[in-house]
Design a protein around this ligand. Structure first.
Ligand code: F0G
Length: 457
């Protein structure tokens, strides 16, 4: 088989800026060892997120020029709505300015004290929105998902037996929703199988609990199903996506991922009463129901992006490029989440830095080392992001200590990725020099965005 190539050519480019290791050392110190505090121009290869960082296509830019900025009933809204309906089959589509705005609306309405939201794994903003409403979030990822370096086909799955037990224990009336995150971002960008989606949905139906999908990366998940699940090899990604959503009562979506948009999101659902309540809240927070916090041009970019993401040449290249980097790292003995996920490579910081205890944040220490050595910006998905304190102020660590290197869509070429692997391997070979970190300032919620840290000398 020949090399799988980028299925596009480049029409417009943006320079990246080089810094020396000495400069980066000073920048890191000034940023209190927190990548969110580093200025983007000081980053060489930015793998902080795949969210909102896609390169838009010429057709999306053409759509931007056609944006209808009418306050009510803009044609851009109807093109957007049609695109969303074609994929989700959901009759009620509500635009929002990004994914978390959709979350804020739905959890404000359904959340509150004494309520529980169950998921395979909630993303950080999803969990924060649930907790902010007074409710609790519960992650029930399958056993395979808890072992980063042991490969399995669908490590993003929910443990359906645990779901049944949890419903029995907490009572179905206290669970306003079960949310399946596809792909499972915080669990390593790992896919969820159709079978698992169907089974979880069935359990919810039996218990009269609405089943929602956090659909940010629905196309990557659909392509994994095509590659890995029996019976799907000859189905199109659109057919697989349609079946996925057919099991759900609704979804939240960040268009900043699998819609190639730089901003945007939506809520879609089947229940009219719920949609009316969501729309009322939308109007006082986001905007009128046909723009929801977005400009008409953004709705156009999303409408086009949602069509483009279904291109199987693109998805083949996308999944392959993540696998390419993962395989290079595996060959060099670097501990990574296996198999490769859909949008990112996840380094296993616990194994990478076995001498740094979890309360010294090995993931964050590794993020710092990658920046210092090669100007690469990644993000910790571990105890800095998800850790909590017990009543004695002792850290309750996260299940996994990962470093995510998320690959923006259509942005970097193979030589950028080769460079990234060289830097990671260099850092791996010098891992004994890396020091743990301690927090010197933090907020009670979503602390990883703003926390200040310093090395333990
Ligand atoms: N759900 C998942 C699974 C996500 O990955 C994200 C965002 C959101 C919801 C929220 O969407 O950013 O549009 O408000 N993830 C980004 C990331 C930020 O880096 O993984 P948003």
């Amino acid at each position: 088989m020949k090399t799988i190539i980028e299925p596009f050519r480049i029409k417009s480019v943006e320079p990246i800026y080089f810094t020396t290791k000495e400069e980066r050392k000073a920048i890191l110190e000034k940023a209190f060892y927190n990548p969110f505090r580093i200025h983007a121009k000081d980053v060489l290869i930015d793998l902080l997120t795949d969210s909102g960082t896609s390169a838009m296509s010429s057709n999306q830019w053409a759509g931007i020029m056609q944006g209808d900025e009418s306050y009510a009933g803009s044609s851009s809204f109807f093109r957007f709505e049609e695109s969303v309906k074609k994929i989700t089959g959901m009759p009620l589509v509500i635009p929002t300015h990004q994914g978390r705005a959709a979350e804020k609306i739905i959890f404000t309405i359904l959340g509150g004290k004494g309520k529980y939201f169950i998921s395979n794994t909630l993303f950080d903003t999803t969990r924060a929105n649930i907790e902010f409403s007074g409710a609790e979030g519960i992650d029930l990822v399958c056993e395979e998902g808890k072992h980063p370096t042991i490969p399995a086909l669908f490590k993003g799955n929910m443990d359906v037996e645990a779901l049944k037990k949890t419903i029995l224990k907490l009572g179905a009336t206290n669970i306003p929703m079960v949310i399946m995150t596809i792909t499972n971002n915080s669990g390593g960008g790992q896919p969820v199988s159709m079978r698992n989606i169907k089974e979880a949905s069935q359990v919810c139906k039996e218990n009269k609990i609405p089943f929602f999908i956090d659909a940010c990366r629905f196309a990557e998940n659909s392509y994994f199903i095509k590659l890995r699940e029996n019976g799907y090899a000859n189905k199109s990604v659109l057919e697989i996506a349609n079946e996925t959503f057919s099991y759900a009562d609704g979804c939240t979506m960040s268009a900043k991922k699998d819609a190639f948009a730089n901003i945007g999101g939506f809520l879609a659902m089947r229940d009219l009463d719920l949609a009316i309540r969501c729309r009322n809240l939308l109007i006082i927070t986001e905007g009128f129901t046909t723009y929801g916090g977005l400009a008409g041009r953004d709705l156009e970019a999303i409408a086009v992006g949602l069509q483009e993401i279904l291109d199987e040449h693109y998805l083949q290249y996308r999944i392959r490029s993540i696998e390419y980097l993962t395989n290079k790292l595996i060959a060099a003995g670097v501990p990574v989440m296996q198999p490769a996920g859909g949008h990112a490579v996840y380094l296993d910081a616990k194994e990478f830095l076995p001498d740094i205890p979890v309360d010294q944040y090995p993931g964050q220490a590794l993020v710092g080392a990658l920046y210092e050595h090669g100007g690469i910006r990644g993000v910790e998905i571990g105890s800095l992001m998800f850790g909590k304190y017990d009543t004695d102020g002792k850290l309750i660590p996260a299940q996994l200590e990962l470093v995510r290197l998320a690959i923006p869509r259509r942005v970097y070429t193979q030589s950028h990725i080769d460079y990234v692997s060289e830097v990671i391997i260099e850092v791996f070979n010098k891992r004994n020099e890396i020091k743990g970190l301690t927090i010197i300032e933090e907020t009670p919620m979503l602390r990883h965005f703003t926390a200040k840290l310093k090395p333990i000398i």
